[in-house]
Design a protein around this ligand. Structure first.
Ligand code: S3P
Length: 172
């Protein structure tokens, strides 16, 4: 196993947990969105606006295929695991952890976020429908599902670290 991937819907805590897990396990951490932003020299809303969503999805796929081959933690964007070739790649190159948050918790965190074009372009009902559709992709991609409801960031991080330590010698 090389990488530890965090997957899940927008606002499920992938970046917050990724950073904490990196600190706890002493493994480098990368945020896929931030890597794409750096490479393109544009924000996510700018990439969506100027190049469109399919182009952004291509960038995500390129990242997975070409990013450095090292022992690291990667938080993915909420749409990454929906593409079957991304899912396959992630499962082949690492351990995939799904942060399973409830929609009301997610909504509280993302409803006012101007940096997420999909949130900007959708109603609450549309987002909830997307959440429901995507959930089965996250579940099918993940090696481990971590329910986050009622747990602190610290508890979630410690549980994720426990799973990584338990499974790190496995060959995925
Ligand atoms: C997206 C999620 C975002 C970002 C982009 C699209 C999605 O990442 O990749 O705005 O389709 O769910 P986060 O899940 O980190 O918010």
């Amino acid at each position: 196993m090389k990488r530890i991937y965090l997957i899940g819907f927008m606002g499920s805590g992938k970046s917050a947990i990724g950073r904490r897990l990196s600190f706890l396990l002493k493994i480098p951490y990368y945020d896929m969105d931030q890597e794409i932003v750096k490479k393109m020299g544009m924000t996510i809303p700018e990439i969506f606006e100027r190049h469109g969503e399919p182009f952004f999805r291509q960038q995500e796929h390129e990242f997975l295929k070409t990013f450095r081959d090292e022992w690291c933690i990667v938080s993915t964007g909420g749409g990454v695991a929906v593409n079957p070739s991304n899912s396959k790649l992630m499962r082949q190159t690492g351990l995939v952890l799904f942060l399973d948050a409830t929609f009301p918790d997610i909504w509280k965190r993302i409803s006012r976020d101007v940096n997420r074009p999909i949130v900007q372009a959708s109603t609450r009902e549309q987002l909830e429908a997307l959440y429901t559709t995507r959930k089965r992709f996250y579940k099918a991609t993940a090696h481990i599902t971590i329910r986050t409801e009622g747990r602190t960031l610290r508890q979630i991080t410690e549980y994720a670290a426990f799973q990584v330590n338990r499974l790190k010698s496995n060959d995925f």
